[in-house]
Design a protein around this ligand. Structure first.
Ligand SMILES: NC(=O)c1ccc[n+]([C@@H]2O[C@H](COP(=O)([O-])OP(=O)(O)OC[C@H]3O[C@@H](n4cnc5c(N)ncnc54)[C@H](O)[C@@H]3O)[C@@H](O)[C@H]2O)c1
Ligand SMILES: [Fe+2]
Length: 384
């Protein structure tokens, strides 16, 4: 199967300066620039708006995207798009902004409740082209046919996957993600690593996705801790920016698995940031899944650089589990029970819904070991 990817991708320092030229190639003249209040205040969004205006574009800025964006935000953005008569959507931000922008771009051609579009290939119309400039490294949303939008009516994070959601252009500019503070760097970096691992062990992996996923995992092994330790290390930052793109490209064409399936309910119900909720689950879920694909996980350990040369698959798998625990400890990822706002009673009461929502998302079916709802509840408890 050919890979579904952005038509045009630039991964280089200063890639943002290509924004007007790339948007013009899409026959566009009026841009809706989607971002959030923080990136607006930091000046990044306005810099990109200025580059577009210098290139002759009429620009409207929508800066109201919140973390884990909701269906209401998508509809608000859509109204701004219509009022501005935009013909291209430019997204400057993390996964939340990129996802909101991608959903805003297809909203007009896909009326009705967004929840009816949840799942695989449920869009009926194409939208406006999207130019994506990621500022975290990251979700890889700049490369994926996926958006995750919170359904305010049911408190679930809906995943929509459709070819029409792939951005037309990805501008991966390390200078945009170099401003991330250490904790954010750690959380989004483990998200990237999880994309690489899950795309690689997924039942949907292909030789083509293996190449991208393998490179993503290797780049995380080489650069994640360095980027976290010293945010000014541009070589490490660039490695992680590329890893994020490749991880997104890999899982978008393969899949994510049980970690992501279990992570979304934590985000929806307890507002744990996406990268962090993956990170707290990754060691526990990997230990559970390893017997289903020992050779694949051994490859992951070798790619990550944590298995000794000549180690057996069994030894490499054990080294991987140690490495993931150690990585979390060094990156100061807390246990689930230590997260802000976590409460054991509420957590226990929410377990049946979380397990059901995880299964409903379809991601656990792609996992090397496919769990029952009871097993998922038990895995949440183990990660506590
Ligand atoms: N579409 C996909 O393929 C995909 C994949 C994984 C996750 N997601 C979704 O993406 C969302 C999470 O995205 P995220 O982890 O990138 O975080 P985010 O976009 O929610 O941003 C988190 C915070 O970091 C700030 N921030 C962003 N860039 C910064 C920078 N360079 N310097 C300082 N602060 C910065 C933002 O303003 C925000 O306050 C979740 O909703 C998740 O479900 C989507
Ligand atoms: Fe993710």
């Amino acid at each position: 199967m050919p890979l579904v990817l952005p038509r045009s991708t630039w991964i280089e320092p200063g890639a943002r300066r290509r924004v007007a030229e790339e948007a013009a190639r899409l026959d566009a003249a009026r841009a809706l620039l989607v971002t959030d209040a923080h990136l607006r205040a930091a000046g990044v969004a306005d810099e990109v708006a200025g580059l577009l205006r210098d290139g002759g574009f009429a620009v409207e800025v929508f800066d109201e995207v919140e973390p884990d964006p909701s269906d209401a935000t998508v509809d608000e953005g859509r109204a701004r798009l219509v009022a501005h008569e935009a013909d291209v959507v430019v997204a400057v931000g993390g996964g939340s902004v990129l996802d909101a922008a991608k959903a805003i771009a297809v909203r007009g051609a896909n009326p009705g409740p967004l929840r009816d579009r949840q799942g695989y290939g449920r869009l009926s119309g194409a939208g406006l082209p999207v130019v994506a400039l990621p500022t975290t490294a990251g979700t890889g949303s700049e490369a994926t046919r996926v958006v995750v939008i919170t359904d305010t009516a049911t408190d679930t994070k809906m995943m929509l996957l459709d070819d029409r959601l792939v951005p037309a252009v990805a501008l991966v500019d390390v200078e945009l993600s170099a401003t991330m503070p250490p904790a954010l760097t750690a959380h989004v970096g483990v998200d990237t690593l999880t994309h690489g691992i899950e795309a690689y062990v997924s039942r949907r992996a292909t030789p083509e996705t293996d190449e991208l996923a393998g490179s993503c995992v290797a780049l995380c092994g080489a650069h994640l801790e360095a980027a976290w330790r010293d945010g000014r290390d541009l070589d490490a930052r660039a490695g992680m920016a590329r890893a994020a793109y490749e991880g997104g490209a890999a899982f978008s064409n393969s899949s994510v698995c049980l970690v992501h399936g279990m992570s979304r309910p934590l985000g929806a119900l307890f507002h744990v940031p996406h990268g962090l909720s993956n990170a707290v689950l990754l060691p526990t879920v990997t230990a559970y899944s390893l017997p289903g694909a020992p050779a694949r996980y051994a490859d992951v350990a070798r790619l990550l650089g944590v298995a000794a040369g000549g180690a057996s698959d069994e030894a490499a798998g054990a080294a991987l589990l140690d490495a993931l625990e150690g990585l979390n400890a060094r990156l100061e990822i807390p246990r689930l029970r230590d997260l802000r706002g976590m409460d054991r009673e509420r957590f226990e009461a929410a377990l049946p819904k979380m397990a059901r929502d995880a299964l409903d998302s379809g991601s656990p079916e792609r996992n090397p070991v496919v769990p029952t709802a009871e097993e998922i509840e038990e895995l949440y408890r183990r990660a506590w």
